[in-house]
Design a protein around this ligand. Sequence first.
Ligand code: FAD
Length: 468
Amino acid sequence: MSPAPQSAKSRHVAVVGAGAAGLVAARELRREGHSVVVFERGNEVGGTWVYTPRVEPDPLRLDPNRPIIHTSLYSSLRTNLPREVMGYRDFPFVTRPGRNRDPRRFPGHREVLLYLKDFAREFGIEELVRFETEVVKVGILENGKWEVRSKKTTFDNENNDSCNLDSEFVKSSEVECDDEIYDAVVVCNGHYSEPRIAEIPGVNLWPGKQIHSHSYRIPEPFTDQVVIVIGTSASAVDICRDIAGVAKEVHVASRSVADETYTKKPGYDNLWLHSMIESAHEDGTVVFRNGKVVPADIIMHCTGYKYHYPFLDTKGFVTVDDNRLGPLYKHIFPPALAPWLSFIGIPWKIVPFPLFELQSKWVASILSGRVTLPSKEEMMDDISAFYSTLEASGIPKRYTHRMGDSQYEYNNWLATQCGCEEYEEWRRLMHHATSQNKRIHRPETYRDEWEDHDLVLKAHEDFVKYIS
Ligand code: FAD
């Protein structure tokens, strides 16, 4: 695939969502000469980084007609990546002047939101965004164009400290829909808002409360409670420690440890690691595979999220099956609809912002015709080969978009397609050093103590060209 000889074409493009993916997609599309409209359901940019103490009335989010709270952030959240690695490549996440900025290397969530707002301001993205406008339908027309239907949604943004488990949601008001036609749609609606719940035999009769981490904000409602936390992902690790500060007992259930596992976490007198839950019972007890029986008050599901596109009508060309969104060429384009429908931000276990940036550059340059895609058949063959590799390696379907170490090769592939510089080596090394520090050397303090000072220096040498 090489740059196409024909002159670049300008397209009318709709972007769904103004989070980290939608913002950089809008910037790259406009840079490439396209006319861009960004639809954002909320009333500010930043997506998941727009923290609110409010939670939905149904803490497990099982009601499909519930009012939506998009963010899954908790109050104490600090980034799990160092800011040097986390930021977009050409807009470094350095400490910027201003009051109440958080200069820490692993800052609190508000600093990330302020950074995204700085980004939107620097590149004039806010003027492209239609706030409080929810996309309710994206559908393909016979002439190959896209119909985008949206409706205004006015959120009452009062911060009503209602962050306990029984909080009330302030309802949104809605008006009629708008239909518009676009050449292309770039979907950037995020995938950390639609919870996945663990299946627990007997839980329907179990009398305690259940909550998904999506609706976790602060530890106080868990004071003196016995809490079971299911999962060992980044959020689970933070949340179980947060809650252990006030709860009577916290029991973490992990599916990735041996059945006999039962250990007390070093440094805590009320935090245990168990194997997975076997069953829950009417008498309030929860039984683990290790045989332990714990009378518990609350089960917290830190069990991840599902890809969810309630607005998307692709006539069956794109489906979600066991959390595989597909078929997608390079996790971005459904071959049958390429390049007119694309998805930014689908991979996980990645460094998100720079990957979104490279994906967006590629999409923008393909839409303009400056770079060409392979034929639909070649793209389908590539996807089939990828699925076969996953299968041969025993990787479950639900991990289709999980990248880990393969993200570097992926980023470099994208960079080559777009004719831009390869992913800087210090980023890979720093990400690796942070992972080691977090997993092995300093699980409790990795955000405040590290040894990769040489890489921090290297990063700042690199940033000089972007900071005037
Ligand atoms: P989002 O930020 O979710 O944005 C999607 C936007 O689309 C939202 O604004 C939403 O309102 C809008 N939207 C959705 N549907 C519609 C619709 N129908 N119409 C109009 N608008 C719509 N990443 C890091 O780099 N570092 C971290 O430390 C880190 N920590 C994390 C901690 C938690 C708890 C979570 C959940 C995620 C974390 N992430 C972290 C990952 C984070 O999700 C990404 O960094 C990034 O913010 C995702 O951006 P996005 O634009 O894809 O999605």
